[in-house]
Design a protein around this ligand. Structure first.
Ligand SMILES: NC(=O)C[C@H](N)C(=O)O
Length: 335
């Protein structure tokens, strides 16, 4: 029988109502799970719960918690067949992306899930999400960090939170689902990552100063100059469409050049969830290319942020980080 470790980090799934709104409560979740008979049915894998401390609303997740979860998976890798990470939905796509980079040569399933309605409430989506995630975590076909939510299994570093109140809260706009859970769980073998060859390697993250800048009509780039050139090591710029920025580039390009000289790597992503950045397709983007920015192609902002943290944490210099931002490392981009 397969053995799965459930790592409970917090999130709505285990929250209770408080006078200040929903909040996680420590030491109560195991009894909630034990009250769901299906979780101990003979068709289910065996599971154990590890509760993190403190439990968090995922809007409070930081690099420190990413490291704790990744280390826990690494330390328990031999003892379990798969891992389910229960997590708040707000930053689940960031954590899934981060774990995908931190755990190189992952050969076992790591499935992130959670819910939009707490388990203790009648219409909760938590039990379904958890039950299906446990079955996926026990499946030998999965060798990657993925996110299961509302009937879809997606590659973790391809996901983005799409809905603040829908039960199918996540999209994978540029990569097909890894599986769809209807009456049966139908896997998509052409989308799943192949089993890796080397041993699992863990890279912990450092709290590198990273920034995300979203362009908008009328943006005054000069206001961002100091932070871009002196404070940040990695920047994700969310441009219009296929990589376009307002103006003729004369305001932004010297800033990018100076930032790159100072060691900052600027990655171009799109405000459009679907499709890819194509630098040079329009005049409005061609100058970005010449100034030292790297195209994030069809990467999500979440994946680009996690990848910048990861590459700088590996200790690479700016040229290597820039070069690797444009390479597919864990199936996060279509090259
Ligand atoms: N549905 C959720 O889990 C939202 C919650 N605020 C969280 O991200 O922790």
């Amino acid at each position: 029988m397969k053995n799965i470790l459930i790592i409970y980090t917090g999130g709505t799934i285990g929250m209770v109502r408080t006078p200040n709104g929903y909040a996680p409560q420590s030491g109560y979740f195991l009894s909630e799970l034990e009250a769901i008979p299906a979780l101990r049915s003979p068709e289910m894998p065996r599971w154990e719960l590890h509760e993190m401390s403190p439990l968090l609303d995922s809007s409070n997740m930081t690099v420190k918690e990413w490291n704790e979860v990744a280390q826990l998976i690494y330390d328990n890798y031999g003892a379990y067949d798969g891992f389910v990470v229960l997590h708040g939905t707000d930053t689940m796509a960031y954590t899934a992306s981060a774990l995908s980079f931190m755990l190189e040569n992952l050969a076992k399933p790591v499935v992130l899930t959670g819910s939009q309605i707490p388990l203790c409430e009648v219409r909760s989506d938590g039990a379904d999400n958890l039950i299906t995630s446990l079955l996926i975590a026990a499946d030998d076909r999965v060798h990657e960090v993925c996110l299961y939510f509302g009937g879809n299994l997606m590659r973790g570093n391809r996901t983005t939170k799409y809905s603040a109140d829908g039960l199918a809260a996540f999209h994978s706009p540029n990569f097909p689902p890894l599986a769809e859970a209807g009456i049966t769980i139908r896997y998509n073998p052409t989308a799943l990552r192949p089993e890796p060859e080397g041993d699992l390697r863990l890279q912990l993250m450092e709290n590198v100063p990273i920034g995300v800048i979203k362009v908008f009509p009328g943006i005054q780039f000069s206001l961002f100059e100091q932070i871009m050139t002196e404070k940040l090591r990695g920047i994700v710029i969310e441009t219009f469409g296929a990589g376009n920025i307002p103006g003729d580039g004369s305001a932004l390009l010297p800033i990018i050049r100076r930032a790159f000289e100072n060691g900052t790597v600027l990655t171009v992503c799109s405000q459009c969830p679907q499709g890819a950045v194509s630098l040079g397709a329009y005049e409005a983007s061609s100058s970005l290319k010449g100034a030292g920015a790297v195209s994030g192609l069809d990467m999500t902002t979440e994946a680009a942020v996690a990848k910048l943290y990861y590459l700088f944490s590996c200790g690479y210099d700016k040229d290597t980080v820039k070069q690797m931002m444009g390479c597919d490392l864990r199936g996060e981009m279509t090259v």
